[in-house]
Structures are given as C-alpha cells and as structure tokens.
Design a protein around this ligand. Structure first.
Ligand SMILES: *Cc1c(COP(=O)(O)O)cnc(C)c1O
Length: 494
C-alpha cells in the first residue's frame, strides 16, 4: 500500500502522497505527515555510486510511494538538469574543517531551488493521477527566497497559477527585484504591509476557509501550496543530506555508518526537518544543529522546552530566517509526542491563542540530538569576514549564521564529528550585507554596482540570476494591507 499521509491535528482521513501534495495543507489546518518513515532500502555504500538524480529517485520513491517509477524519473530528470550551474547539483566545499553543502546552484541562487525545481512536476503529475480538472492555484508566503524559486518553477506551467505574497519591507533589494520582474501570464506577486508571519498566517487562513474553497471550485480553481508546509517541498530536501553523506563516504572522509553532524540556518524549520527525516530513514546523523538569527525563538525552545512567539520581530541581514512562527516545527512536535495528533493540536491551539506553549519532559527528552544556537548581527558579519580572510571562501549571511553557531557548538562541546553546514544562498543575493561584513559597503552604489565590486574583491563570478534581472522591467507593483490578501487573490483570479 505504501506510505499514507495524515494531518498533524487529528483529521482521520488518510491521503496518498500525490493527494497530500495537491492539497498542501490538511483541511483542519494541520500539516500532512507520513504514517511511517521508511528506511533506505539500499546501503550507503550502494548509494555512494549514484549521481544526484539517482539518489533522488532512491529517496523519493520511498516517501512518494503512489508515484510510479516512470512518473518520478520524469519529474527528477526535468527538475535536476542544466538549470543548475553544476552537474553535481549540490557540491561541497571544505573550509576551516567543515563541509559547506552549497545548495544555491539552481536558477534563483537559494536552496529553495532544490525542492521548487521539482515541485511543479510533482504537482502536475499528481493532478493527472487524481483526475483533477481545476486549475491549481499555488498560494505562497515568502520571506524572500521561496517566492522567486516558486515563481521560476511554476511560470507558464499549463494548468497552474501562482500568487506570491512577500513582506514589502522585509526582503533584500535583489530578492525583491527577482520577484517583481517575474515573467509569465500565470504569475502574480504582491507586497504586503506586514512581516513574513503576517503573510504566512494570511495564506493559511485562506487555505482553511471552506467558503473560499467552494467559491474557487465553482470558477474552476483549487489551491495548493509551494511553502515547506507542502510535503512535496520536504521530500526532495531529504535527498541532499543523503547525497552529502554519500559524497563524504565516496571521498573517504568517513567510513560507512560513521555519524555526521548537520548545521542548518533555520527559519520555517523545513530544511532541518528534512535532515531529521533523513535521520529517521537511516542516515547516521549525530546532532542536528539548529542555527537562528536574532529572531531566536527556536534557540529558546531547544533550551527551555517553551515556544514563545511573544517578542519583537527583528529585521536582520538574514531576512529569509526572520520568522517567529516556524511552521514545520509542528511536524516535529507531532512526532516527539508519539505521533499524537490530539496533543499536538492542543499545543498549536495554545500557540494561536496565547502565542506560546511548553512541551512536557518526555517530549523534551526526545530532542537530545538537537542543539539550538543563534548568532547576533555582529557575529554573523564576523563569520563572513573571518572565513573569507582565512580561506578566501565567501558565504552569504544565512550560511554565516550557521557557521557562527557551529563555532559556538564546537567550543561548547569539543565535538570533532565530521560536520556538514547547509549553505543556503549565494552571497550575491545579499550583496550589501556581505560587503558590509567585509568592511566594503558603499551607500553611493546600488546593489548591482556593489555586486560588481564584490566580484572584483572575491574573484567569484556574478551569477546569471543577478545579471539577468539588472535591467529587467518591473511587472508587479501591487502592495496590500495584511488583512486584504483574500481580495487580492480574487482580483487576480476572477
Ligand atoms: C528559507 C531560507 C532559510 C530557512 O529555511 P527553513 O527551511 O525555512 O528553515 C535559510 N536560508 C535561506 C537563504 C533561505 O532562503
């Protein structure tokens, strides 16, 4: 029968993987979780002989078990192709004793491409399998990177439309330019007067509004999500942890079965949850190091067992992690509660009504392989400058948060385990902050001129994703209040 999915909040209807991808979010507002997590059915030594695509197949077939081999291979082959600027898809660079897993070699130069290159293929294949006649409307909240990656993936895909909401003053200039210049008749990009949490909450509200769903259905549409609440995002993200491990194995850096650590710069908790699932599938991971910026709600959670969003939202130099409600933590809470949906639903209700909840000791005990850390703005800048000075290797602000936290972890624990740091964006996506970290910011220059300078200094070529938007025309300039999302959706669709 394969793996089935059910809601983290108690809805008893089980759905197949393809149905879960189509829906995005469960009807009760919960997230879809697999009812069991299958173990890898090839040894790590066997997997180390496979390239990225074949590794992707071996991982994804286990969790997306209602897709045929032909369907999955079609999706994988069309996603992981020359859109990536290296055939390895996710190369690794060793610097100061850690392995930086570069997840930004796709079209929009952030790790979101690893999953959003394939999601449109999974989605349209799922629609076909389930005889869906409606057009699928992808509704997405973005803290800056998901938006562009989803737009690039879904632009001009027949049978789909995509609407992206981003915090008008909460993304980098290059991130914004990437989105507002997006082409494609089926695309819509809207700024909101609010932060990422406002955007995500607004989108979830539209998703769970049965009247809106009915209205949409009558007009031949249905919603789905490109956020990491969609399991179609999470499953492809498991692949690169397996791939990173098997590269280390192939290069003789580790022996089969050796444990590694992973460090993940975290916002919505999607990327690190994918690592957690990789561990459940049998990948030997010792510690999941969860790195936060000054919005350190997760650091506090891992330290105290209390999740408390009642605090000021801080705009940082790592805007894609400026989040106080980490949606995917809900899946972890569900699992450590013993796959107990009622218990999880209670916590999530508390989060909505009081803005906080506290897990019990038994659950906290199950988090012993997580380590939470955070980096201040100064520490983040220092991580960029130090690494560049010592090794010539340039990282972006998000990766720098991870790098800084990893430094603290080693100091704290003395742990020498081989460690993979998820490098989530190209430094050119956050040019001004990176230049400022190097002490070379120049307010007289715009972000593109600064990119030229950064390239001179670092010798790293400016990616095509940046050069191609430099002179592109703005096609989307709408900004709405944070409570006006539903009307904006209607205006675009009807
Ligand atoms: C989205 C994003 C993150 C955070 O990832 P989550 O899966 O939301 O935890 C970190 N860095 C960059 C560059 C991102 O775009």
């Amino acid at each position: 029968m394969g793996v089935m999915y059910s809601s983290t909040r108690g809805d008893k209807n089980k759905v197949t993987a393809s149905q879960a991808i189509l829906r995005g979010l469960a009807a009760d507002g919960g997230l879809f979780v697999p009812d069991s997590i299958p173990h890898l059915d090839k040894t790590l030594s066997e997997l180390k002989e496979l390239d990225y695509r074949d590794t992707a197949y071996e991982v994804m077939k286990l969790l997306l078990s209602d897709f045929t081999e032909e369907e999955l291979r079609y999706c994988i082959d069309h996603a992981y192709d020359s859109k990536f600027d290296t055939p390895e898809m996710a190369p690794m660079t060793e610097a100061e004793g850690a392995f930086y897993l570069e997840l930004y070699h796709g079209k929009t130069i952030a790790f979101k491409d690893m999953a959003l290159s394939i999601l449109p293929y999974l989605m349209t294949t799922a629609a076909k399998k389930n005889q869906i006649k409606n057009d699928i409307v992808i509704l997405t909240a973005t803290s800056g990177d998901t938006g562009k990656a989803a737009l690039a993936g879904f632009a001009n895909v027949p049978g789909t439309k995509i609407i992206v909401f981003y915090p008008k003053n909460g993304v980098s200039p290059i991130q914004e330019k990437q989105m507002v210049t997006q082409e494609g008749d089926n695309t819509c990009v809207i700024g909101i007067e609010g932060n990422f949490d406002d955007a995500q909450t607004g989108v979830k509200k539209i998703f769970t509004d049965p009247d809106f769903a009915k209205e949409l259905d009558e007009k031949g549409f249905q919603f789905s999500s490109a956020n990491s609440i969609n399991i179609g995002r999470l499953v492809p993200q498991i692949v690169y942890y397996v791939y990173a491990y098997t590269r280390l194995l192939k290069e003789g850096r580790i022996a089969e079965g050796d444990e590694i650590n992973v460090v993940v710069p975290t916002g919505n908790f999607g990327n690190i949850l994918a690592a957690y699932y990789a561990g459940k599938m049998g990948l030997p991971i010792k510690t999941f190091i969860c790195a936060s910026n000054s919005n350190k709600v997760l650091y506090d959670f891992f330290k105290t067992g209390a999740y408390d969003r009642n605090r000021d939202f801080v705009l940082t130099s790592s805007p894609s992690m400026d989040i106080l409600i980490s949606s995917n933590l809900e899946r972890l809470i569900y699992h450590i509660a013993g796959d107990d949906a009622d218990k999880n639903a209670d916590y999530m209700k508390k989060l909505t009504t009081e803005g906080k909840y506290e897990i019990n000791d038994a659950m906290a005990a199950k988090l012993s392989n997580f380590y939470g850390g955070f980096a201040t703005e100064d520490e983040t800048a220092k991580a960029i400058a130090d690494l560049f000075e010592n090794t010539g290797y340039l990282i972006d602000t998000h990766t720098a948060v991870a790098s800084s936290v990893y430094g603290k972890y080693v100091k704290d624990t003395g742990d020498k385990t081989v460690t993979v740091i998820a490098s989530t964006a190209s430094p050119y996506k956050f040019t001004r902050s990176v230049m400022a970290a190097l002490g070379k910011n120049d307010e007289a220059l715009d972000d593109f001129e600064l990119a030229d300078k950064l390239s001179e200094i670092s010798g790293v070529e400016i990616p095509e994703a940046v050069t191609s938007i430099r002179n592109a025309a703005v096609r989307h300039d709408k900004v709405v209040a944070k409570d006006a999302l539903a009307d904006a959706v209607r205006e675009f669709l009807f």
